[in-house]
Design a protein around this ligand. Structure first.
Ligand code: PMP
Length: 314
């Protein structure tokens, strides 16, 4: 029994018990990595729980299915509702949500077109992703010896399980030497992203971030940073970045659903700026958490409220 045994998982329209959300060992996904998924967060706001950018995440899930020719039977609205129902059924306000589409069935061949698809929405109690206090103190990272996949190899715009094989290698390599993360370069040697997060640099007050053709996932937090920067009148340049730009930047930060906005203090043991979280990173972090937690006006409609569960006896 896991500590989550009391929780419910959404499985193709039914809320099933945690311990019943199983698949067969011959499922296609187990052998050939045929899964696409999302990572989404719900935050506690003064008016209850709310999911951050639910629609955008579900649209990306649909896109990932399309890229991998998985006939996904749900609309964006269906899946937003599935997430709301899952969080509400588990009486959670603040949590991580993992929607997942997998090819299951029982077959040993690679061919995927006739393999059935199953969809899950899994709630998870999430702590700080890069360790206690990482978003306040910042993290130390290295440039990974592992590269993001070249274009026309594995589609990086799809959020597919298989993409995370190289991420696992980069993460393990970093941890062995006591770094929190590895920053991968793309196939051409330009800066790409971390194992599960996008990257921004700050120099002379402007934000820099690698473009989509640098082998990155098109992060929804990255998009939120781009929008917030515009609102805050911070100049942004989406451009190819050389590795050495990481060393000369005034500030660096990661962004992603799991890491939220986490400052980076050093790269390859070279301090970023003065080695402390910088003012622009902290301003973006404050804005992001302010909107997500309902303390700053949600003018872009990024929050989907979760209704309170009905209280028995009232
Ligand atoms: N890059 C990778 C490889 C990721 O796994 C993630 C997390 N989904 C991100 C970037 C950030 O994306 P998002 O902001 O949509 O979570």
């Amino acid at each position: 029994m896991s500590k989550n045994s009391a929780m419910k998982i959404w499985r193709d329209g039914q809320l099933v018990n945690w311990d019943d959300a199983n698949i067969h060992i011959l499922s296609h996904v187990v052998h050939y990595g045929s899964s696409v998924f999302e990572g989404v967060r719900a935050y506690e706001t003064p008016s209850g729980g709310a999911i951050f950018r639910a629609r955008e995440h579900m649209r990306r899930l649909q896109d990932s299915c399309k890229i991998y020719r998985m006939p996904f039977p749900y609309s964006v609205d269906d899946m937003v509702q599935a997430m709301v129902d899952t969080v509400a059924a588990n009486d959670m306000k603040e949590c991580y949500i993992r929607p997942l589409v997998i090819r299951t069935g029982q077959s040993i061949g690679v061919g995927a077109s006739d393999i059935p698809i199953e969809t899950f929405v899994i709630p998870w109690r999430a702590g700080p992703y890069l360790g206690h206090d990482s978003s306040a103190t910042g993290v130390h990272v290295r440039v990974s010896s592992w590269r993001r996949p070249a274009p026309d190899t594995i589609p990086t715009l799809a959020k597919a399980g298989g993409n995370y094989l190289v991420s696992q290698l980069a993460k393990m390599e970093a941890k062995v030497d006591d770094y929190a993360e590895g920053i991968m370069l793309d196939a051409f040697g330009y800066v790409s992203e971390g194992s599960g997060m996008n990257l921004f640099a700050v120099r002379d007050g402007a934000l820099y971030t690698p473009p989509l053709n640098a082998g990155i996932l098109q992060g929804i937090t990255r998009d939120s940073v781009l929008v917030m920067a515009k609102d805050l009148k911070i100049e942004v340049r989406e451009q190819v970045l050389m590795r050495e730009f990481l060393y000369t930047a005034d500030e660096l930060f990661f962004c992603g659903t799991a890491v939220e906005v986490t400052p980076i203090c050093s790269v390859d043991r070279l301090n970023v700026g003065d080695g402390k979280p910088g003012p622009v990173s902290l301003q973006i972090q404050k804005q992001y958490l302010g909107i997500a937690r309902g303390k700053i006006l949600d003018k872009h409609n990024w929050l989907t409220p979760i209704p309170e569960p009905a209280v028995a006896g009232r």
